[in-house]
Design a protein around this ligand. Structure first.
Ligand SMILES: O=c1ccn([C@H]2C[C@H](O)[C@@H](CO)O2)c(=O)[nH]1
Ligand SMILES: [Zn+2]
Length: 136
C-alpha cells in the first residue's frame, strides 16, 4: 500500500464502507450509511451512522470513521469511501455527504484525497467543499 491509493485500494475501501453500513444504528431514520477511511500505512478504519433518541446527536458514518481513525492514532489519512444503503440512486443528492462531514474531511484529509461515493463516483475533498473555512 502506498500513500497514493490505486483503483483496487479504493474498491476495497468501498467494500469496507458497505460492510460498515450493515452495522448502522438507525432506529429513527432507517437510513443506513457506512464509511471507511484509508490510512497511509494501509489500515482501513470503518464507521457507520449512530443515532440517538435526542435526534440532533446522530453521528454520521463519515465522521464516525474519521474520528475513529484519529482515535486509533492515525493522522496520515489518504482516502474515504461512503455508501448510503437506503439512498435513492435516481436522486444522487441522497447519496452525498452532509456539510458537517465535508468540513471534517477538510480538517483531516488532504485537499486532493479521493472520496469515493457509492453510486456517484470518485471526487475529492476540495471539490466537495471549495473555499472551506480553516484556521490554518
Ligand atoms: O453524510 C451523511 C448524511 C446523513 N447521514 C446519516 C445521519 C442520520 O443518521 C441519517 C439520516 O440523515 O443519515 C450520514 O451518516 N452521513
Ligand atoms: Zn454527515
Amino acid at each position: 500500500m502506498t500513500v497514493t491509493p490505486d483503483d483496487a485500494d479504493l474498491r476495497d475501501l468501498l467494500a469496507a464502507a458497505r460492510d460498515a453500513a450493515q452495522r448502522a444504528y438507525v432506529p429513527y431514520s432507517s437510513f443506513r450509511v457506512g464509511a471507511a477511511v484509508l490510512t497511509a500505512d494501509g489500515t482501513v478504519v470503518p464507521g457507520c451512522n449512530v443515532e440517538n433518541a435526542s435526534y440532533g446527536l446522530a453521528n454520521c458514518a463519515e465522521r464516525t470513521a474519521l474520528f475513529a481513525a484519529v482515535a486509533g492514532g492515525h493522522r496520515d489519512l489518504v482516502a474515504l469511501a461512503v455508501t448510503c444503503l437506503d439512498g435513492d440512486a435516481s436522486q444522487p443528492a441522497t447519496l452525498m455527504p452532509c456539510g458537517a462531514c465535508r468540513q471534517v474531511m477538510v480538517e483531516l484529509l488532504p485537499a486532493h484525497a479521493p472520496v469515493v461515493i457509492d453510486g456517484v463516483g470518485a471526487t475529492t475533498v476540495d471539490a466537495l467543499l471549495p473555499e472551506a473555512f480553516r484556521l490554518s
